[in-house]
Write a protein that binds this ligand. Sequence first.
Ligand SMILES: Nc1ncnc2c1ncn2[C@@H]1O[C@H](COP(=O)(O)OP(=O)(O)OP(=O)(O)O)[C@@H](O)[C@H]1O
Ligand SMILES: [Mg+2]
Length: 328
Amino acid sequence: MFLVENVRKVYRIRERGSWFSRQWKEVEAVSGLSFAMQPGSIVGLLGVNGAGKTTTIKMCCTLLEPTSGSITVDGYDAVRCDRQVKALVNMIAGGERMLYWRLTGRENLQYFGSLYGLSGSRLAERVDTLLDLVELREAADTPVERYSKGMKQRLQIARGLINDPKYLFLDEPTLGLDAPIARQLRRQVKQLAAEQGKAILLTSHYIHEVEELCDEVYIIDKGRLVAHDTPERLTRSFCRETTLRVTIPVLPDALQRDLRQLAERHRGTWDVAETDQQAWELTLRSEADLTAPLLSLLAAHQSPVLRLVTEQPSLEDVILQMAERRSA
Ligand SMILES: Nc1ncnc2c1ncn2[C@@H]1O[C@H](COP(=O)(O)OP(=O)(O)OP(=O)(O)O)[C@@H](O)[C@H]1O
Ligand SMILES: [Mg+2]
């Protein structure tokens, strides 16, 4: 069990141009955050830029000490027993950091493995297994500077798994990856949780990725927890409206009037826009499902339907609504 309890992190930064006067400014990056992670589950940590996600991950991986509060990993305190905790955790960051470019993929993994006390045949075996897992066996002896972005990112995954961590932290793991490689990575993340029982915490600005992968989501703002639930429940509790978009070739006044009445009867809203193809796109938003009444209304007016789309609210809508409420 991974337990974060009431953790705060205050950065002290020297004010610009004040080397002699020694003025310090304090930035509270994380303010009393608590959460837990269970084996086999994938947790999302969401928040706008600067919300405190990377700071939280660094504290979880013993790279930063919390200013106050506690992080307990299988009973070990992350500050007092950092050696034990280091063996249980690891982190993978997006981008191309944390690799040695002049070394080959294999040498990189050997180096990071040796930092965890692996050596000899155990190290060689572990490196081979990971090279196979991330499909880099053929490029194993090529210097990393000649790797493509996707290959470097796969090597980062292998590096993050070198100590077979029970708790894995992924900080924007698909940043800058193209769609097929990002999809492959998401598949691997799912497998790590489902087949190897790893507890995974993930940050990402790609909300659909969080929706696809995460069993539960923590949303933080200025270092504070603002919401915690499953992606489905968060979406349902914040955005109950369903959006219907229908494209029709003509829009007589009588149909407009009936559409307005339909929306009003269901306490919804409606909107109309002319499309490029000289047709009309109607947008109806309501907490009720208006598909059936809308179709019978169009049939009554003998209006052909060129296109009909139903849009369920997504986690992205939740994040946008939360941001709107905060800035209101
Ligand atoms: N080393 C540091 N020294 C001083 N302040 C820092 C440091 N690292 C981060 N901060 C500040 O702490 C706050 C949280 O930053 P953090 O990087 O944890 O956010 P984040 O949620 O990961 O953002 P992003 O989505 O942009 O990656 C920000 O106000 C940031 O400016
Ligand atoms: Mg970050």
